[in-house]
Design a binder for this molecule. Structure first.
Ligand code: C5P
Length: 222
């Protein structure tokens, strides 16, 4: 069977990683969460007190930084310079700074180079914002996942409450909208549906329904 590349893009908290993980598991493909890479460098920049607007400083730091994505039972572990930062990169401090760091074209260029090398032998499901447009423009399957901001905030809120994390629905809505705005309006590789991507609005769909739609696209191409 052919080993495909599958690109899954879309706005914040649209369920990309949830469905990407399931699709990767079904196909025995590698799952690559590119957002985790931007989160990891943002986490390091915060710890090192870097100015998040200073592209050169961020790039120098990234060039001296190893980011590894390792498969695990429940998805993926993220290692920054050989230290497990899987949890640390999900804090609201990182979440609310990552779109600033991700604006910088030179930093993105280096990230894209790393992402393309992870994907070079195919058999990957990669999620992010610019996968179908820039990272894997030749991906056989491209999906753009959407959901209303209300629904996305509510899903994140429910998830936080289940994990026992403090959570404020209105604030989540604002944070998600702001992140989408910065990600869509930036100059370099903005969040945008690739022309040949299939749009799936997940607002009133269950996770298995979204997975089935993606698997149907895969079956057409495999
Ligand atoms: O996917 P996740 O929400 O974890 O991504 C965090 C942030 O990383 C996004 O809001 C965006 O600023 C940035 N990102 C990006 N390009 C990608 C993946 C993520 O700019 N391919």
């Amino acid at each position: 069977k052919k080993k495909l590349s599958i690109a899954i893009d879309g706005p914040a908290a649209a369920g990309k990683s949830t469905v990407a993980k399931i699709v990767a598991e079904r196909l025995s493909y590698v799952y690559i969460d590119t957002g985790a890479m931007y989160r990891a460098i943002t986490y390091k920049a915060i710890i090192e007190n870097l100015n998040l607007e200073d592209e050169e400083a961020l790039l120098d730091t990234l060039l001296a930084t190893e980011i590894e994505l390792l498969p695990s039972e429940n998805g993926q572990l993220v290692y920054l310079d050989h230290k497990d930062v899987t949890k640390e990169i999900r804090t609201s401090e990182v979440t609310n700074s990552v779109s600033i760091v991700s604006k910088h074209p030179k930093l993105r260029e280096e990230m894209v180079r790393r992402q393309q090398s992870f994907a070079k032998s195919g058999g990957v499901v990669m999620d992010g914002r610019d996968i179908g447009t820039h990272v894997l423009p030749n991906a056989e399957v491209k999906v753009f996942l959407l959901a209303s901001v209300e629904e996305r905030a509510l899903r994140r809120h429910t998830e936080n409450m289940q994990k026992g994390f403090p959570s404020d629905l209105e604030r989540l809505k604002q944070e998600i909208s702001l992140r989408d705005k910065i990600d869509s309006e930036r100059e370099a590789a903005p969040l945008k549906k690739a022309e040949d991507a299939v749009e799936i609005d997940t607002t009133s769909l269950t996770i298995p329904e979204v997975v089935d739609q993606i698997m149907a696209l895969v079956d057409e191409r495999i």
